[in-house]
Design a binder for this molecule. Structure first.
Ligand code: 5RP
Length: 220
């Protein structure tokens, strides 16, 4: 089965987690786009939808969903989002699509976080995928210099501005054996808005589309 079909099957499997009256947080990316396409099937169960990006908001509106602000709804019952990498502890790298800050806020404000991925995203050690860090523009050189201390290679994502008006540094060649420590340390660098490590608030459920057909479900 293709990687895209694995993503689609993981996304469809996530519909089971949407219970009547659900306040739903929706992530960003190609896997989540499959989820959005399938959401009309369970529209009657959804009380409100909160979105993690301008792109997902546009897609949700285009199929008739009203999108609420997180500040209006307070908390979400469920957050469904993809990831760039996941390990067996449910720690994630996210932000390949650049929406990491809003994604991290909604994940933190959600009772349950279901992460939908294809099998290629499961790794032993996080870091083969370049770690995205959202920074305020004036801090980008300073943050990049600090990151070199972690033996990573920081690369500015050229021509990309986040929904929050910031920039992204992608850090290559990291081997993240201690995600919670690295997440804490990078978060403390002045000028960092968000680091795309999700270990303090990991996923609760991994739905993994696999090449053989079907979806594996892992719960924390
Ligand atoms: C966006 C993200 C995405 O969840 C991540 O990049 C995975 O994307 P895709 O589903 O397209 O593989 O974190 O900021």
């Amino acid at each position: 089965m293709s990687q895209n079909e694995q993503k689609r099957q993981a996304a469809v499997a996530a519909l089971e987690f949407i219970k009547p009256g659900c306040v739903l947080g929706v992530g960003t990316g190609s896997t989540v786009n499959h989820l959005i396409d399938a959401l009309p099937l369970v529209k009657n169960k959804i009380q409100s939808v909160v979105s993690s990006s301008v792109d997902s908001t546009k897609r949700l509106r285009s199929i008739g969903f009203e999108v609420s602000e997180l500040a209006e709804v307070g908390r979400c019952d469920l957050y469904i989002d993809g990831a760039d990498e996941a390990n067996k502890h449910f720690h994630l790298i996210k932000g390949g699509g650049g929406a990491l800050t809003r994604e991290k806020v909604i994940a933190a404000a959600s009772r349950k976080f279901v992460c939908i991925i294809d099998r290629a995203k499961m790794v032993g050690v996080l870091g083969a995928f370049p770690l995205p860090i959202e920074v305020i523009p004036m801090a980008r050189s300073y943050v990049a210099r600090e990151i070199i201390k972690y033996r990573g290679q920081p690369v500015l994502r050229e021509g990309f501005i986040t929904d929050n008006g910031n920039q992204i540094i992608d850090v290559h060649n990291l081997s993240i054996t201690n995600p919670t420590e690295i997440e804490s340390r990078i978060s403390l660098i002045p000028g960092v808005v968000t680091v795309g490590l999700f270990s303090h608030r990991p996923a609760d459920v991994l739905l993994i589309g696999v090449p053989e057909d079907g979806v594996r479900c892992r719960e924390r």
